[in-house]
Design a protein around this ligand. Structure first.
Ligand code: NDP
Length: 240
């Protein structure tokens, strides 16, 4: 039986590339999304990968969404927690809502997905969880206390859950991407982006496929001895 993988935020940007990479590995993939119906429909038509809508920050909705995937495709063996949002602003202007929403979706989403899938992986004795962190969770970033805190939290979450999964064949790892040419980065004003690219030793933004190849390795059979690690894929921008 082929293994089943869920990629949250898996219908566009980095998540889309991850969904395709896991399909290439031979997994049956379910791509979750939040609400961009047009993109989800186009994605499924182009790739044949089923798309499932739920808000990963909503605990009950996540349990129900994963249950639906399992009813359709079978037990989930691989989870990539990729869904993420930004609500940037300097602290003195950031609202409590913008703080809370970023923590709820980016970090809460990892907890909700793990609650829905980790116990089954543990019982079956095999699993792969990859959490998408960020260079800005490692190094901090002006105007992003909410996002940096959530992403930094993901790195701690990864190391703690890795310890719980190790004896049961469940690996838990993180990837910390640098700046990747997706819609999220397209929202950064051009002069700010120019300054960012100037700080990347490789001299360019990364591509979604370059993150996806790292995720595919961590989700593969070959990566069974890799757990609790963070793979930085950032063009040398932050050497950790
Ligand atoms: P995009 O904004 O391009 O895509 C975000 C994806 O997440 C979409 O599929 C979106 O669904 C989904 N999503 C958003 N909120 C929710 C939610 N509440 N529930 C379920 N799905 C949700 O992001 P990127 O591809 O750029 O980023 C992917 C991940 O990589 C994020 O975690 C981001 O923080 C991280 N990252 C990105 C970097 C970059 O440079 N781009 C750098 C470092 C980290 P929908 O399409 O329906 O809106």
């Amino acid at each position: 039986m082929t293994r089943v993988a869920i990629v949250t935020g898996g219908t566009r940007g980095i998540g889309e590339a991850i969904s395709l990479a896991l399909k290439d590995l031979g997994y049956t993939v379910a791509a979750n999304y939040a609400g961009n119906e047009e993109k989800a429909k186009a994605f499924t038509e182009a790739t044949g990968i089923a798309a499932y809508k739920w808000d990963v920050g909503d605990h009950e909705a996540t349990l129900a969404g994963v249950a639906q995937v399992e009813a359709d495709l079978g037990p989930v063996d691989v989870v990539v927690n990729n869904a993420g949002i930004t609500r940037d602003g300097v602290l003195h202007r950031m609202t409590f809502e913008n703080w809370n929403e970023v923590i709820r979706v980016n970090l809460g989403g990892c907890f909700n997905m793990a609650k829905a899938t980790f116990p089954g992986m543990r019982e079956r004795g095999w699993g792969r969880i990859v959490n998408i962190g960020s260079i800005n969770g490692q190094a901090g970033q002006y105007g992003q206390v909410n996002y940096a805190a959530a992403k930094s939290g993901i790195h701690g979450f990864t190391k703690a859950l890795a310890q719980e999964g190790a004896k049961f064949g469940v690996t838990v790892n993180a990837i910390a991407p640098g700046y990747i040419d997706t819609e999220m980065v397209a929202a950064v004003p051009a002069p700010v982006l120019e300054k960012i690219v100037a700080k990347i030793p490789v001299g360019r933004l990364g591509h979604a496929e370059e993150i996806a190849r790292g995720v595919a390795f961590l989700c593969s059979e070959d990566a069974g001895f890799v757990t609790g690690s963070t793979m930085s894929i950032n063009g040398g921008q932050h050497m950790y």
